[in-house]
Design a protein around this ligand. Structure first.
Ligand code: ADP
Length: 471
């Protein structure tokens, strides 16, 4: 539909102010375009701001320092293994190939600060995960917002995308928005039309909080299942792209995070505890049996499938050596999400775990460490891993929560949105980040979201500027 009543016009209009949208905005502006970012919530940052700030990089300076051999091809292979080869391999390759340049860009262009140690997350062959100094995604979002201020990129909050506006040859010419929008009140705000002279970049994230839409894709994920996502992670951006002919891709592949706590809502403080300490340096047992039941370092899908099977009651356990890596320990203890015990016996009693069975599980695990081989679940056991012998022992009760949508709209390596009818780029429409699909296949590896958003956000920003102006 054509409209001549544009309220405002810019070269590039970006929808969503998470990692992907802000990376696109910064690139586009630095390439000389007139740019605007719109964001429906009261504050920018989306899920990105509340994420763990974990960034996977193949061939990084910290890996070189630590003598870790890695390559983009190994990272790519890890992504395909976790993704059950449902990944579109050329998209996954772009992420792995450009992971190092994305890290450098964040340090050199944005002045993001990272910790000096690497983390080893489940499903990655080697330690390759950087963590922001603040221990959260805001450690990247805040520098991105500073950069936007410095570059004078307007970020219009409380402005919601309603739909795309297409013109001749189905080219996207702009968007209809509700300004002064008050989430979640659908009817609030004033309808306006923003013209995109060159292109629109869709970066509206996933739909993990959209129970109605996620139920259509996966009827198991009803209201009883919590999510780590912010409230604005809803599907209307994705739907707006589908309405103008974008290709939907693997929308039912919705990931649950295996590390979240039963004793708090959302992502909370427990997720990072388990992710950084409980799983890599400890064990997970079923409280009903006292036995381990899965490789604690396998990919997220394998772990959550095992946790949900047979109505298990998963508890992760780590001792005082492994707990050193838990950046959120103090908050976890304060909020009662994690509990500390002087002995395994006390931990078993408090968590209602069969005591003798748990003692045997810990003994076996320590024996595997001694032999350097986990014969039960094939967890990788690096040499520096210490046996669980040093009190206090810490426990966290776990509950899988909806975390990430692997599916989304189809893009190519240039971040162009591809039409469902022809498989060709929809002129003037780009997308990046969680709203897109195909990169991660059946399961996204931890710390692969930030890198994906920055890599494809930058690609979208650069290519959007290179579009011819529509007249
Ligand atoms: P990503 O990690 O892919 O960058 P995020 O969830 O971090 O995704 O950011 C997406 C942002 O897009 C969120 O801040 C969200 O509130 C915003 N958003 C989602 N839908 C809309 C919409 N219809 N209009 C404007 N902003 C939206």
């Amino acid at each position: 539909m054509r409209t001549k009543k544009w309220t405002e016009e810019y070269d590039v209009v970006i929808i969503g102010s998470g990692f992907a949208g802000l990376a696109a905005a910064i690139e586009a502006k630095e390439k000389g375009a007139d740019v605007v970012v719109i964001e429906k919530m009261r504050t920018p940052g989306g899920n990105s701001a509340i994420s763990g700030g974990l960034f996977a990089v193949a061939g990084s300076p910290l890996q070189t320092r630590d003598g870790i051999v890695d390559s983009p091809d190994l990272m790519h292979q890890d992504m395909l293994n976790a993704g059950m080869n449902l990944n579109h391999p050329e998209l996954a390759q772009v992420v792995a190939d450009q992971s190092l340049s994305a890290l450098h860009w964040s340090i050199e262009n944005l002045a993001v600060q990272y910790k000096e140690n690497l983390n080893h997350l489940g499903g990655h062959s080697v330690p390759r995960t950087y963590t922001t100094k603040s221990g959260s995604g805001s450690g990247i979002i805040q520098p991105m917002l500073s950069k936007c201020r410095q570059l004078e990129i307007p970020i219009k909050i409380k402005t919601r995308l309603n739909r795309m506006i297409s013109g001749a040859n189905d080219r996207i010419e702009g968007i209809e928005v509700q300004s002064d929008y008050h989430f979640p009140h659908e009817q609030s705000g004033i309808t306006q039309h923003i013209r995109a002279k060159k292109a629109v970049v869709l970066a509206t994230g996933g739909f993990g909080s959209d129970v109605k839409f996620r139920l259509i894709q996966d009827p198991r994920l009803n209201n009883n299942i919590d999510t780590t996502n912010h409230k604005g992670a809803t599907a209307e951006g994705l739907i707006a792209a589908l309405e103008v002919g974008a290709t939907p891709l693997q929308l039912c592949w919705i990931q649950l995070g295996p590390w979240a706590s039963l004793d708090e809502k959302g992502w909370g403080v427990g997720s990072l505890f388990t992710l950084l300490a409980g799983f890599p340096y400890g064990i997970m047992v079923d409280a009903k049996t006292g036995k381990r039941f899965v490789n604690e370092m396998s990919d997220r899908r394998l772990r959550t499938d095992a946790m949900l099977l047979k109505d298990r009651a998963p508890v992760a356990i780590v001792d005082s050596q492994g707990v050193k890596y838990a950046t959120t320990l103090d908050k976890c203890l304060k909020r009662g999400v994690v509990q500390a015990f002087d002995s395994i016996e006390e931990l078993a009693k408090s968590n209602m775990i069969p005591e003798a069975s748990l003692i045997e599980t810990v003994r076996n695990y320590n024996m595997y460490l001694g032999h350097g081989c986990d014969t039960e679940f094939e967890k990788s056991l690096p040499k520096d891993l210490k046996p669980l012998t040093t009190p206090p022992y810490y426990s966290i009760r776990l509950l899988p929560k909806v975390h990430y949508c692997m599916g989304g709209i189809r893009i190519n390596s240039k971040a162009q949105v591809l039409s469902v009818s022809e498989g060709l780029p929809i002129p003037g429409l780009y997308a990046a980040g969680e709203v897109t699909g195909g990169i991660h296949g059946a399961s996204r590896l931890g710390s692969n979201s930030i890198v994906e958003c920055i890599v494809f956000g930058r690609i979208a920003g650069v290519n959007a500027v290179a579009e011819n102006e529509n007249v």
